[in-house]
Design a protein around this ligand. Sequence first.
Ligand SMILES: [Zn+2]
Length: 180
Amino acid sequence: MTPADDGPNPEYTPKLLDGLEKRGVKATFFLLGEEVKQYPDVVRRMHDDGHLIGVHSYKHVNFKEVGTACTLQQIEKTQKAIYDVTGEYAGYIRPPYGCWQKELDAQVNLIEVLWNVDPRDWATTDADTVVQRVLKDTKPGDIILLHDASASSVQAAFTVIDTLQKQGYSFVTVEELLLE
Ligand SMILES: [Zn+2]
């Protein structure tokens, strides 16, 4: 499955949604509250299309650096932004940089979701490089980390889906994966 972090992006997220729709694939998007407020229409479509929406943070902060109070505020503001658009609160969180604090578990009623496969798509503009890294590392049940923030990442997502579907993989949301 392919979660996409850091969105919604006004240019690339709709392109990703178009391609996912064409392929009948549901993904998981970990959103930035600040961007949700800016691009509510993209989030509304994401929700209407049946994708799973999770919390990333409000302004892409490192939870380990900003402290508990700020972290809780970042999560709460993002939840509110998501709720205002979709009418639902998210049940999942992917902390930026994968930085979580164990003591937050008691205070945050969200399931933390990290990843198994990280092609570092944000560090290259070459879709083929991203595709090769993903295909090399992915095995059944894995969570692939991608970002809906560049043309190469979106193209890579489509090629990965097309290639792995031909190999018999199916793509599900994080929720479906965890329930399996
Ligand atoms: Zn991020």
